[in-house]
Write a protein that binds this ligand. Structure first.
Ligand code: URA
Length: 434
């Protein structure tokens, strides 16, 4: 088999066989096929697209390119959750203890944030002493003992995807549906769960800006997961404004704790209940959505979900007292409001701009090696659709540097629109695909 022939076949609109896909994935991972040939193939795929069969074969070849986690020693149906990412997306922090408190074992691999979207690991490191550097045995033991463990992504999981994604990033070939779906699903399948619940975001703060693109991606990923024998459900959810009210690591941890204490913002609570219901259904803990919601509400109201978070934090070396005293989380030295400049309805917030504001304050990484400030961020006091009077606080900026704070506040003002007329209502949950 020759790489040249594969490039030519795809360039001319042909369909690659499973054998051909494995040839290039294995050869590329082993360093036997050069970047320039794989770049040419990626560009051919970008223009000619891939069939469902090709996309599935590519996913499986990348999934099998490295280690795969074996979770079979953990009793019960293991359900993983993945979000395509967005601004203020602290869902895993509240959702994983909620479902673990309902008896779903959570064995999760998470990443750090890059750019304006924060990572779960950065947020968890707001608990002093917390570590995600667990050995494979510690990880499995913790899930068996307390029902929840989160570890950092190991290099050996789907190495083909890691290499290919880095190449796509510099060759303008990231935004192809088959390449994105296979990239995400190869990692999820290798992470070993029996069932997968995907939160596919859409809107100005999401990877997929248009709802129809998010739906096509969700459909493709559900098809791949189910074909691989893992029950897969996708929830398409709104990311046209930040989720909840807090954006920034420690501020988001606090909001997740508030949510577990029954004081969460309504959109965030609803997303956790929807995703949690899907996880309970996929994990066989409930027969219907109504039953699943009841179980989740009980876990919240009884305080079991909050206790589960404390147990999990302690099991990974963190100070669990911070869960009960969130005022001890890192706190920025400056708190400056942004106030409404006129009366009217807050009709739009350009969501990714709020993420950029957090990045300017120091809450995100510009490069992989940037050190982030866990204490900074933004807390929205108004959300899209709220009526504001001139002088009302729209948001409070938490900063440690007055100049950065001024720059971010100025940018935020430009990202908000206040209008005479109320905006059209936008649904938080657009669709659920099975
Ligand atoms: N996230 C991934 O993991 N892969 C992609 O290709 C795009 C987003």
């Amino acid at each position: 088999m020759r790489m040249y022939d594969l490039i030519q076949k795809k360039r001319d609109g042909g369909e690659l066989t499973g054998e051909e896909i494995r040839f290039f994935i294995n050869g590329y991972t082993a360093g036997e096929i050069p970047d320039y040939q794989v770049s040419a193939l990626m560009m051919a795929i970008y223009f000619q697209k891939m069939t469902e069969a090709e996309t599935y074969e590519l996913t499986m070849a990348m999934c099998e390119s490295g280690e795969q986690l074996d979770l079979s020693s953990i009793p019960g149906i293991k359900v993983d959750k993945h979000s395509t990412g967005g601004v203020g997306d602290k869902t895993s922090l509240a959702l994983t203890p909620m479902v673990a408190a309902c008896g779903i074992p959570v064995a999760k691999m998470s990443g750090r944030g890059l750019g304006h979207t924060g990572g779960t690991i950065d947020k968890l490191e707001c608990f002093p002493g917390f570590t995600t550097a667990l050995t494979g045995e510690q990880f499995l033991e913790n899930v068996k003992k307390i029902g929840i463990a989160i570890m950092g992504q190991t290099l050996s999981l789907a190495p083909a995807d890691k290499k290919l994604y880095a190449l796509r990033d510099v060759t303008a070939t990231v935004d192809n549906l088959s390449l994105i779906a296979s990239s995400i699903m190869s990692k999820k399948l290798a992470a070993g769960a029996d069932a997968i619940v995907l939160d596919v975001k859409t809107g100005s703060g999401a990877f997929m800006k248009k709802e129809e693109d998010a739906k096509a991606l969700a459909e493709e990923m559900v098809r791949i997961g189910n074909s691989a024998g893992r029950r897969t459900i996708a929830v398409i959810s709104d990311m046209d404004q930040p989720l909840g009210r807090a954006v920034g690591n420690a501020l988001e941890v606090r909001e997740a704790i508030d949510t577990l204490m029954g004081k969460g913002p309504s959109d965030f609570v609803e997303l956790c209940m929807t995703l949690g219901s899907c996880m309970l259904l996929a994990g066989g803990k409930a027969e219907s959505e109504t039953e699943a919601r009841k179980l989740l509400a009980e876990a919240l109201e009884s305080g079991r979900a909050l206790e589960k978070l404390a147990e999990f934090v302690a099991a990974q070396g963190g100070d669990k007292e911070v869960v009960y005293h969130p005022e001890r989380l890192p706190r920025a030295s400056i708190q400056e409001p942004v106030c409404a400049w006129r009366d009217g309805y807050l009709s739009h917030i350009t969501c990714d701009e709020v993420g950029m504001c957090s990045l300017i304050l120091g809450g995100g990484r510009e490069t992989k090696d940037s050190v982030i400030d866990l204490s900074v961020g933004i807390v929205l006091e108004k959300k899209v659709g709220d009526f504001v009077k001139q002088g009302d606080r729209i948001a409070v900026f938490h900063a440690n540097d007055a100049l950065k704070c001024a720059e971010a506040r100025e940018r935020f003002v430009k990202a908000c629109t206040i209008s005479e007329e109320p905006p059209a209502q936008s649904r938080l949950i657009k669709e659920i695909l099975y």
